[in-house]
Design a protein. Structure first.
Length: 167
């Protein structure tokens, strides 16, 4: 049994133990969901990010959520889409490592944006399939750990894709 909630809206308005940020290697902010998260969390988020010394593609690092409704932000860095097989593996790693970070921090709810599908150019359908499968596989491997996982679509196209895949 898989259990992934599909939701639509602005992730910066959502309450959870953690929201995931689709960041870049610097972890020092940017546009898209990253810019929105930093704007809503306030300047202390950037201060904490500056202590993390960046993040490799596919890895994930945790901070507090500061002024966000979410208690924490898990920053991960998706691949810039090139069409290589390694792009898929890096995107899988983003979801898997973010879930591992959440579990290690004893968090019980996490909301993901559609990592890499904006500025980083990953095709939305492939990215949605990878997100769904990777989360499902992680849940199977971590059956005894209870965590609510949601995929947050911003645009209608992504929302429809998630709904189709989850159906
Ligand atoms: N809530 C939920 N989803 C959102 C929001 C929001 N407020 N805003 C955008 N999205 P992107 P990437 C969706 O470009 O492709 C940044 O500059 C958006 O519709 O934010 O991983 C970073 O610093 C899309 O579906 O992230 C990096 O340099 C998804 O979030 C780079 O962009 C991801 O789009 C990362 O690119």
């Amino acid at each position: 049994m898989t259990n992934i909630k599909i939701i639509q809206g602005d992730i910066t308005k959502m309450k959870a133990d953690a929201i995931v940020n689709a960041a870049n290697n610097s972890l020092l902010g940017g546009g898209g969901v990253d810019g929105a998260i930093h704007a809503a969390a306030g300047p202390h988020l950037l201060e904490e990010c500056m202590t993390l010394h960046g993040c490799h593609t596919g890895d994930a690092k945790i901070t507090l959520g500061y002024d966000l409704p979410a208690k924490h932000v898990i920053h991960t860095v998706g691949p810039v889409y090139s069409g290589a097989r390694s792009d898929d593996e890096m995107l899988e790693a983003c979801y898997r490592n973010s879930l591992d970070v959440a579990k290690n921090a004893d968090l019980h709810s996490i909301i993901f944006p559609a990592i890499s599908t904006g500025a980083f150019g990953f095709p939305a359908k492939m990215a949605a399939q990878i997100a769904y499968k990777t989360i499902t596989d992680w849940q199977k491997k971590n059956k005894t750990y209870k965590i609510q996982v949601a995929l947050c679509a911003y645009d209608d196209k992504t929302y429809q894709l998630y709904k189709q895949i989850a159906a």
